[in-house]
Design a protein around this ligand. Structure first.
Ligand code: MN
Length: 251
């Protein structure tokens, strides 16, 4: 099995090192990741400036290719110009920070997996629910488990998995749950600050506004309750309810 490993936290991050290490137990792993952190860039791609690629070493050992671009760029570049063939699987992560609920929309980590799904390659994203993860070992085990599962069972065309892991010791994990996306979203605003030259600047801050009436069958609440959340996601954004309603309108 050949696996392309990508992320949005950047090629230097600990999460991608743990992911590559876990997957190397079962596959040949190729790392193509952003040179600098690209969290929350969503599915953006580089079109108007050159895309440069560097060989990235840890000490004397080659680790992967660093792209001066976005997570989606890394998937395209990795498959089209570096591997030059389709890998069996694309795995994105392991991200520092949850990509449950509305975060899925902003996530570079999930977007990399989604880019692979657009290219018709099975893929999933793995994130840990903390911005200061101490130990990625368990999330790495989850990634390995799902790599084996997806290799065996495949995924429906156009479907990727968004996997979110609680930041807990393995012994405290309650289990793995298939979930749907929570409608929990950010209540955010820009805090106004003053730079050393007396000029104003702004910094985004916010808190999660939990959607009422949802339980652990939704990704955000499953993770909060100690479950590994696995949400099947697709990129067909059609609202089929509205489609049924509007298609018979007489325009
Ligand atoms: Mn990130």
């Amino acid at each position: 099995m050949k696996i392309l490993v990508v992320n949005d936290d950047g090629i230097h991050s600990r999460g991608i090192a743990s992911l590559a290490k876990a997957l190397e137990e079962i596959a040949e792993v190729f790392v193509v990741a952003p040179l600098t952190e690209q969290s929350a860039v969503g599915h953006s791609i580089t079109m108007k400036i050159p895309l440069r690629v560097h060989r990235y070493y840890k000490g004397d050992e080659f680790f992967g290719y660093a792209v001066e671009g976005t997570p989606a760029d890394c998937v395209k570049m990795g498959i089209r110009n570096i591997l030059k063939y389709n890998p069996d699987l694309v795995v994105s992560g392991i991200n520092n920070g949850s990509n449950a609920a509305i975060n899925l929309i902003y996530s570079g980590t999930v977007s990399a997996a989604r880019e692979a799904a657009i290219m018709n390659i099975p893929s999933f994203a793995v994130s840990v629910d903390s911005h200061n993860v101490d130990d990625f070992t368990y999330a790495g085990k989850v990634a390995k488990k799902f790599a084996e599962l997806v290799a065996k069972e495949g995924l429906p065309k156009g479907t990727l998995l968004n996997i979110n892991v609680p930041d807990l010791p393995e012994s405290e994990i309650k289990g793995i749950k298939v979930t749907r996306q929570s409608m929990t979203r950010w209540d955010d605003s820009y805090e106004e600050r003053i730079d050393p030259y007396g000029r104003k600047y702004y910094w985004l801050q916010g808190t999660m506004q939990e959607e009422e009436g949802e339980d652990s069958s939704y990704d955000y609440f499953a993770v909060k309750e100690g479950y590994v959340s696995v949400t099947p996601v697709h990129f067909d954004l059609t609202d089929f309810g509205a489609y049924e309603k509007y298609k018979n309108w007489n325009f």
